[in-house]
Design a binder for this molecule. Structure first.
Ligand code: PLP
Length: 436
């Protein structure tokens, strides 16, 4: 393919249109209210705790986790899968939150491999060892890695985990080192879905993940040469996709099913099709939540004819709305016609918008249901212009010294925190849900 024929570097998927700035004032958003996260006496509270008091006590950055929410989210997904009637396993994408307290909650849901249990989706040797140390048996851990080294394989092949290989090179190297082993093949369906175009992991332009259709015969030949038993097909369409993108996920699923046919034709006995993670969470008014029953029914419709177990490996869907990040407004200032609301946290602890383009809601801890009277840019305290959390964002008149909560902060953010600019990574508190 010549450079002129090459598709653009960032092909747009038909991601949902983001709402344009509203006419002011607008009422405060209310979509986020749920048991556990609510307004109590005009204060924002998580599991009955006044978040303002927590911020005063601990300082920023402070992640506040709801220990009940990950389990609620897993149970909602499992209930939909049960209703769809297909055999399934759920595995938690460990990278979204490796904290042992959260892992204990998820491990406690049931024996992995049973309908109530949760296994682990790992993407590195470190995650495999972490899952083992936190109580998962090797058989409940599924590793799907990219650019896996020989040193990685030293660890991975020492444990009887499920191993999904994402390229012909990996198949060759695992085959040489562990002939006869059972493996999964991660395929790149050439279609994807994500909250933004960059969050679709497959599309017109090749991405780094998975065996593309033009290399599938090579992967099959390598597996045969080494006597590898391909028993799993894996794909991951992308991350953060919402209810109005189910069709995009389904297109990826349909293409993965074509790869499944080719593996079956090659004589492999496929027991599991792993449809990855990627289910997103609503972050703003107007976004469409994923309809779990429609999702489960879609997977069932495509996979039921093959008699396979469907595997799911959600991360953000389980964790994203399970924590908020607290900060103080330290600056409110007009610059060139834009009001900047500056916080004492930075993208080193909240890279959601800067790195991924994820929207987040920013709520004042006092009187969070005040009307939104101004459009602002909410920015952090890292010395980079891109250190921004929201733009053209409707907020009430907030004062310097006020506390705010950044919602949807439970997935990835704390795990990815760093000390850039020698800013602290922050503390976390974990709150049980009081009985009602
Ligand atoms: C292979 C694989 N599985 C699961 C996940 C979890 O994704 P999410 O947190 O969007 O559900 C990812 C995320 O990148 C992934 O690459």
């Amino acid at each position: 393919m010549s450079a002129s024929e090459r598709p653009p570097a960032h092909p747009r998927t038909s991601s949902p249109p983001r709402p344009s700035p509203p006419d002011l004032p607008v009422p405060a958003p209310a979509w986020w209210q749920r048991p556990g996260l609510e307004v109590r006496g005009d204060r924002l509270a998580l599991n009955g705790h006044d978040l303002g008091a927590l911020l005063r006590g601990h300082g920023a950055p402070l992640f506040v986790y709801d220990l009940a929410r990950p389990a609620e989210n897993v149970r909602a997904l499992q209930a939909a899968l049960r209703r769809a009637g297909l055999p399934y396993v759920t595995r938690f994408a460990l990278k979204s939150c490796p904290d042992p307290r959260i892992l204990a909650v998820l491990r406690g849901l049931g024996e992995p491999g049973t309908p109530d249990g949760v296994g682990i989706d790992a993407c590195s040797p470190g995650e495999v060892l972490h899952a083992l140390a936190n109580g998962w048996p090797a058989e409940a851990i599924s590793h799907t890695g990219t650019n896996v080294s020989e040193r990685d394989l030293d660890v991975l092949l020492a444990h009887p985990i499920r191993l999904n290989l994402d390229g012909v090179s990996q198949v060759e190297r695992v085959g040489r080192r562990a002939p006869g082993r059972a493996i999964g093949l991660r395929v790149n369906p050439g279609a994807g879905a994500g909250y933004t175009a960059d969050l679709a992991y497959a599309g017109e332009r090749p991405t780094k993940f998975g065996v593309t259709p033009d290399r599938l015969d090579d992967a099959i030949a390598a597996a045969r040469r080494h006597g590898l038993a391909v028993d799993t097909l894996h794909f991951h369409a992308g991350s953060g996709w919402l209810g109005d993108q189910l069709g995009e996920f389904e297109a990826a699923l349909a293409r993965a099913t074509a790869a499944l046919e080719r593996l079956l034709d090659a004589g492999f006995v496929i027991r599991e099709v792993n449809v990855g993670g990627g289910l997103g969470r609503v972050a703003r008014d107007g976004e469409v939540p994923v309809d779990l029953d429609a999702y489960a029914a879609t997977v069932a419709r495509h996979l039921a004819p093959y008699g396979v177990t469907a595997a799911f490996e959600p991360g953000d869907f389980v964790m994203k709305d399970s924590a908020v990040l607290l900060a103080e407004v330290v600056t409110v200032e007009r610059r060139g016609g834009v009001t900047f609301v500056g916080l004492d946290v930075g993208w080193n602890v909240n890279c959601a918008y800067f790195v991924y383009g994820y929207a987040q809601e920013v709520l004042p801890l006092r009187a969070p249901m005040r009307d939104r009277t101004q459009l602002v840019t909410v920015a952090g305290h890292i010395n980079e212009a891109g250190d921004v959390f929201a733009e053209d964002y409707p907020m009430p008149d907030v004062a310097e010294g006020e506390g705010v909560a950044i919602l949807n902060a439970g997935g990835y953010l704390q795990a990815m925190s760093m000390t850039h600019c020698l800013r602290p990574t922050g503390a976390a508190v974990y709150l049980e849900r009081p009985a009602r």
